[in-house]
Design a protein around this ligand. Sequence first.
Ligand code: HDE
Length: 681
Amino acid sequence: MTSKDRQIAARRRPFTEGALTTDQGIPVDDTDNSLRAGARGPTLLEDFHLREKLMRFDHERIPERVVHARGSGAHGYFQVYEPLDEYTTADFLTDPDARTPVFARFSTVQGSRGSTDTPRDVRGFAVKFYTRQGNFDLVGNNMPVFFIQDGIKFPDLVHALKPEPNNEMPQAASAHDTFWDFVTLQPETMHHVIWLMSDRALPRSYRMMQGFGVHTFRLVNGHGRSTFAKFHWTPALGTHSLVFDEAQLISGRDPDFNRRDLWEAIEAGEYPSWELGLQLIPEERAFDLEEVDVLDPTKLIPEELVPVTPVGRLTLDRNPDNFFAETEQVAFCVGNTVPGIDFSDDPLLQARLFSYLDTQLTRLGGPNFAQLPINRPLTPVRNHQQDGFHQDAVPTGRTNYHPSSLGGTLQVGPGFMSYPEHVDGPKERKRSETFADHYSQATLFWNSMSAWEQEHIIAAYRFELGKVTAMPIRVRAVEHLNRIDHDLAVAVAQGIGVEEPVKSVDNHGRSSPALSQARDGAAASPRTRRVAVLMADGADSRVVAHLRDSCTGAGTVVDLLGVTDAAVTTSDGVPMEVTHAITTTASVLYDAVVVPSAAADLSVEGAAVHFAAEAYKHGKPVGAFGSGLGVLQRAQIPLTTASSDPALIVEEEFTPDFPQTLLAALASHRNFDREVSGIPA
Ligand code: HDE
């Protein structure tokens, strides 16, 4: 057949159903070769497929979020336990049969979209509820307070926190001069800063962190009665953190650590869930809360003062189909609210009501972003909004205004009604005196920490301030710490070359036990925790299988790691596949490590010894039996402390109790007391 005949035959072929097309729907015969004048000749401008393909590629990026750029999302649902009509008319909070679809996005704050998941940072916890009355967005964080009291300071805060403008360093880190310069000049930040220095800034998993609406909101019931409310999310798996050394190592080993964790858990059917709780404060009580103005977002209301009432459950059960279309394009807005949920006069919240709607104009390229599938409410949208970039709908008819007598009039009301709060006051740029105390709650937080949590906080301040080059900033920071707690200030000063301060204020001595993560152990479970089993030739296949099955039976993930990727030859000669070679992974990607007995001596393998030593240093459960003990000895793990260390499980030979003890240790997360007894993380 000549080339002309081949052309004719090809032209006569019917188009293939489902074949690749251009954006205009034209089927394409070749997407691998551009149109050229001869096989070795120049490319022709006429090639519309090439031009379109490159044009689309050239414009794939949109501006990343100015804060919270790096995030991961998932779909799920929310269900309220009991009707909350006493407090609100919000449909999704009053009908226990309503299973409200949601999309949640978790994020870091400082870093760019491609930065690591595990910096020391606040985490965003934003949930879009697609309710039967329209979208309600709860755009919160994993810490219950915020740095500043007035939204007008937000650009200053974020400029100081982000990489410095002259050299765009450091990425995703608050440990630099401009951040500490700003916060030490703006003492209202001190409470949030101590949270940032705590392990709360290093969540083990998005599935294991709390969420908070931060501001006081207002619930309004059918009689028009308003109750102030604070929103709390409590994770079913308990609240757990990494240690800082580990978090930094993970940044190199797996920068997608939290993203992968969320994705894999959902893929495995281990659906993360959180209980929604409310702190409900009748308006009349709002002014007698000791030392707390409910409008001040740098303060929390201690749970001991106003308990958290559990009201419903959020479950995430579906990963996005497309990261960009859903996780990147989702547009949260604090102002997206439904009848029955209203705002308070918190000046930070008020500023946010502007900022979120505004930022999407640039980020999503115009005013029609609510039409994107992920942002669309489930309820019909009817209004006279017109035109603009990316208008997706085709409005019909002549009347695009209200009122009209030419037909097409839309009914208005009943609908969202703002709470008729009485306001009266002179126009002034002034903060309330009830916002003036910047230290008492930082002290409350410090007093509420366990010994190991306090150690971690001191180490974090030392690390962060140790990176600050301007000595006066370090000195100022110590002065502030001295007003929080003298011992804390002295411990930090000693680590950063600053003179120890003289005690100036007495610690008020109050604490709020609910703030400590050490208290959370009871809620913990080994489910979805990751166990590394370090394998060597000659391991007993039945013992390893028993160990693995007991652990997976309790919902943990077990990886068998070999010295290489090759299968291990077990004692009965049967090959046993390994998941990875030890050298392609790291202890920081696991929650526990076990070294079973084997004929081959694993203690001569540096990578295995390092693996066990590092896991031990990070407070993780470490177990071994038989010859596996040699690895722990070589790692200089003090085996004699096993009787007082529930996370150090060592046995001369494997017993059926071994997996149970390991699982119990995993459920308790870590043994951080190891560090207090002299081995710092
Ligand atoms: Fe945000 N914040 N914020 N913020 N924020 C944004 O909105 C802003 C604040 C929070 O996963 C931006 O769509 C101002 C507090 C989360 O998409 C922007 C102020 C809390 C997310 C913005 C605050 C938050 C954002 C950037 C002070 C916890 C990520 C991109 C007045 C209660 C949402 C965007 C997502 C994102 C402004 C303070 C949480 C610029 C002006 C307090 C979880 O609009």
